[in-house]
Design a protein around this ligand. Structure first.
Ligand code: NOJ
Length: 653
């Protein structure tokens, strides 16, 4: 029980340093003349300089000044967390924690706590505000949290508050040059060579944190609501964790799992969740063969759906996505999205018939809800729309929010605002109740909540392959592992092998498309091209797409540099097969793979590489497939062509 007498005696100046388990990271909490700050060092070198904490509130005094320390508690924690699916079965959760209970010395006497966790690979903290007699709800005008990183650091950024949400090309710049707020994860390299990524974990009921440069410091910039406030909160409230991932190299950063460790264990029984690989009535729309809207070229007909189910069976793929099956796609679907009806199909599509055909062929259907951001329209139908799919035995839904803003309560709101965050959460919790898994396009960024709600199998949330045909360069997929993918898996819509299609020409080689299934993890992974392309033109390389799992036991980052290249190895959950893959930017590259991480036994390796004359521009299909027997003492030398990649399957003999 909180005792006022205690705090009256304590001072308004205090400092306490907390070290990570190995002692390499040290976080110091500073209470100075009643104001609160923190700073971080690694190997005794400054990493984050003195940084302010606190809030500006609407209609009330700021929270974060005139404070006294009431009590402090320290705790060690060490455990291995087991995840039902993902890149690693086990992730470490080892940290030292400090909790500081603070109270105002002014008449308001409001209280709150600051909780810090110091990991060897990260620091994190959150504000926890309990309800108090005169303080039961609040509206945040500004969160003052700073991340005072050296301004000479290099950053890889995408802009926030833009119409295409997170779907931008990464740009490299110094922090000095930040003109506008940027999204997290915000990855940086400091002048002394450490790698950091500022992000957040467990984002619930609050605006998403973007980062801005203000008064020569990086500062949180919480996405506002249309009324100008950042969030309206009922107490008690705990903010998302403010997280800074820390690594000695770019490649080490890619397997930072602190974000997941900071989230709560599963809320309920999710043993029914299974990851999925799927094909789709989809890319045919992008290359103009079919349309979403009904008409002569309508893609989602009963007939096409059944043919695709047959193809999925022949290809050995378990799922099928069907887009454009429902009423509302007529005309300009982006403009008219408010008309979407999620329980009424077009006259040429019979959901019950298709679902029953899928069931009898053991194919999982992936339903589709394109809301175009019209959340009001979607929420009106939410319960009946999910019931409709559930009644037809559909356990997966791809949702989409392609509008530049959401429409919530009749007002335009950012996707990453508090109201946007709450909407995505509502769909996720409803889906969980109906035993449905989600793949959210135009989502809220990942903050690790799939640990708590494992039915959130994937998200888009970055520029995906649908931008091919001019707007993606080979470097893009070499940025993702160090930036966007630090926030969790991504549905990049891999495996498009008809590279030189006259409508959508891709900047890739053939084997790079295989590599994506390993370099870009997704709990729901799409083999995105039309099935006839796999069956008639590329049966040999499709073997890799068929075999690569969507759930891994362990991931080992092997080599890479941000925007240049990325090489990773992943072990299947049955621990019998390794999948190794890499991608490079516009430059050709050789990599030497030491296989010393293999178990001490022989493996049969199938190696898919770019041919020596392959090139993403002139010869994208040039590839070789080689078979070899290898053991842990061996190494493999690989050539990646400009814009290319490679993929290897190593099967235990
Ligand atoms: C954008 C999504 O990313 C894409 O996958 C989908 O096909 C379209 N919206 C239409 O819903």
């Amino acid at each position: 029980m909180f005792k006022w007498a205690n705090w009256l005696k304590s001072g308004n100046n205090f400092e306490k340093e907390v070290a990570s388990p190995s002692g390499r990271n040290k976080l110091k909490f500073v209470l100075k003349n009643g104001a609160i700050f923190y700073e971080v060092r690694r190997d005794e070198k400054p990493l984050i300089g003195l940084s302010k904490l606190g809030f500006e509130l609407c209609g009330e005094a700021p929270l974060g000044e005139n404070l006294k320390l009431v009590r402090a508690r320290y705790k060690k924690h060490a455990e291995a967390i087991e995840l039902p699916w993902g890149e690693d079965r086990f992730i470490p959760n080892n940290y030292n924690e400090a909790i500081f209970y603070l109270a105002e010395s002014t008449l308001d006497r409001r209280i709150f706590t600051l909780k810090f966790r110091v990991f060897d690979s990260a620091i994190a903290f959150r504000y926890e505000i309990p309800p108090q007699p005169k303080f039961q709800r609040l509206s945040v005008a500004d969160e003052l949290t700073e991340f005072n990183v050296d301004l000479n650091s290099t950053a890889w950024k995408i802009p926030a508050y833009e119409p295409d949400r997170y779907e931008y090309n990464y740009e490299k710049s110094s922090i000095f040059d930040f003109e506008k707020p940027v999204h997290t994860p915000l990855t940086m390299k400091t002048p002394i060579g450490y790698y950091l990524s500022i992000h957040e974990a467990a984002l619930y009921n609050y605006g998403s944190m973007t980062i801005e440069l203000k008064n020569h410091k990086l500062k949180s910039n919480i996405t506002p609501l249309s009324d100008g406030t950042k969030a309206h909160l009922n107490l008690p409230f705990e903010t998302p964790w403010r997280l800074v991932m820390i690594a000695d190299s770019a490649i080490e950063l890619t397997t930072n799992r602190a974000m997941f460790a900071l989230n709560d264990p599963p809320r309920g029984d999710f043993s029914w969740v299974e990851t999925l690989k799927f094909i789709g009535i989809w890319w045919a729309m992008y290359v103009g063969e079919w349309t979403w809207a009904p008409g002569e070229k309508h893609g989602a007909t009963t007939e096409h759906a059944k043919a695709y189910i047959d193809a999925a069976v022949r290809l050995g793929i378990s799922g099928l996505l069907i887009e454009g099956w429902n009423d509302g796609w007529e005309g300009d679907w982006l403009e008219n999205g408010i008309n979407n009806n999620f329980t009424k199909s077009t006259p040429d599509f019979n959901l019950a018939e298709v679902a029953s055909y899928a069931r009898s062929n053991h194919v999982e259907l992936v339903g589709h809800h394109e809301t175009v951001g019209f959340v009001d329209n979607y929420e009106k139908q939410l319960e009946s729309a999910y019931n409709y799919y559930a009644a037809n035995g559909i356990h997966y839904i791809k949702t989409g929010y392609a509008g530049s803003m959401m429409v919530i309560n009749g007002r335009k709101e950012y996707h990453h605002s508090q109201l946007g965050v709450n909407h995505y959460q509502k769909t996720l919790e409803l889906a969980a109740r109906k035993k449905i898994c989600l793949d959210i396009h135009e989502p809220i960024k990942g903050t690790g909540i799939e640990r708590t709600f494992p039915n959130l199998l994937s998200r888009e949330g970055a520029r995906g392959q649908e931008y091919e045909g001019g707007a993606i360069s080979p470097s893009h997929a070499c940025y993702l592992p160090y930036t966007r993918l630090l926030s969790g898996g991504m549905d990049y819509t891999n495996g498009i092998l008809d590279i030189t299609n006259s409508v959508k020409r891709l900047s890739t080689t053939l084997t790079r498309q295989l590599a994506y299934f390993v370099t870009i993890y997704s709990g729901m992974a799409m083999a995105a091209d039309r099935p006839f392309i796999y069956e008639e033109r590329f049966k040999d390389v499709f073997e890799f797409i068929k075999n690569v799992p969507t759930n891994f036991e362990r991931t080992i980052p092997l080599a890479g540099e941000i925007g240049e290249y990325y090489v990773v190895a992943r072990l299947s959950r049955d621990q019998k097969t390794w999948f190794i893959a890499g991608v490079t930017n516009e430059l050709a590259r050789r990599v030497h793979l030491d296989l010393n991480f293999l178990s001490n036994t022989a493996y049969s390796a199938t190696i898919y590489t770019d041919s020596p004359d392959a090139h993403f521009r002139d010869n994208p299909y040039g590839h070789e497939i080689n078979q070899r027997r290898v053991n842990p003492q061996d190494s493999i030398d690989i050539y990646m062509a400009p814009g290319g990649g490679f993929a290897i399957e190593l099967r235990q003999l």
